[in-house]
Ligand binder design. Structure first.
Ligand code: 13P
Length: 254
């Protein structure tokens, strides 16, 4: 069975003391995960190693970076390469979050290079896609997301897409409290899986974990995650609260 993942995206939040308190509080809840379940903590770069250390006793708990640069090394002041992240022995990198697309001008072509950099360095991208409110209102969200996938991922071999992780995050649902309904999420996730199937075949499409992101909370996670093509969530605001995020982890399908 494909992986069911509750992934926190802390974004640019928390001091180091707050980060330690939050991680320790979640770990103290001692939530046991089954073989196909994972809890992932997407923390700011300065906290990667300490986060890895704090969760190290928990099976299937992993750390994610929130970004990486396309280049391996060199004179790129302020950037962090996939090779550096790999040397920290972390598992995931969030690639192409809508905030990176919007505020840092990351386009589908740049993101294809970031995906390549991750894979070359044995890091698993959590590749984000999703449409704006304008596109949703025009009814063209399926084509829009399909183009995002095609332009950033479809150069990859089937072996690279097997067990891949995609996060569908409609921009209009991020940080707004306006969640997509479970049915809207399922509809888009099924579309994404169908797009993958057309290119890579059913077996590979079925192996890809597709997470939903956008105002996931303790009180809606179970319903959203229960949908057949929703394999967990990428969680912003609610991941900054130990009780909320613990409940979200517990809402994963087994
Ligand atoms: P919220 O859960 O705060 O809506 O954020 C979603 C998100 O952007 C996760 O990457």
């Amino acid at each position: 069975m494909r992986k069911q993942i509750a992934a926190a995206n802390w974004k640019m939040n928390l001091t180091v003391e707050q980060a330690i308190t939050l991680l320790d509080e979640i770990v103290s809840k001692n939530i046991k995960l089954s073989e196909n379940q994972e809890a992932v903590f997407g923390v700011p770069f300065p906290y990667l190693l300490l986060a890895k250390d704090r969760i190290s006793d928990n099976k299937n708990y992993f750390v994610a970076a929130q970004n990486c640069y396309t280049k391996e090394s060199g004179a790129f002041t302020g950037e962090v390469s996939a090779a550096m992240l790999s040397s920290l022995d972390i598992k995931y990198v969030i690639v192409g979050h809508s905030e990176r697309r919007e505020y840092f001008s990351e386009d589908n072509q740049t993101l294809s290079l970031k995906v390549d950099a991750c894979l070359k360095n044995n890091l698993k991208p959590i590749f984000c896609c999703g449409e704006s409110l304008e596109i949703r209102e025009a009814g063209t969200q399926n084509d829009y997301v399909e183009t995002q996938l095609k332009e950033s991922l479809f150069h990859l071999d089937p072996s690279a897409i097997k067990d891949f992780v995609i996060a569908y995050e409609p921009i209009w649902a991020i940080g707004t409290g306006k969640t997509a309904t479970a049915d809207q999420a399922q509809e888009m996730h099924a579309h994404i899986r169908n797009v993958l199937e057309k290119k890579y075949g059913n077996e590979i499409a079925q192996s890809v974990s597709i997470l939903y992101g956008g105002s996931v909370k303790a009180n809606n996670a179970k319903e959203i995650f229960s949908k057949p093509d929703v394999d967990g969530g990428l969680v912003g605001g609610a991941s900054l609260n130990a009780t909320e995020f613990a409940e979200i982890i517990k809402s994963l399908k087994s």
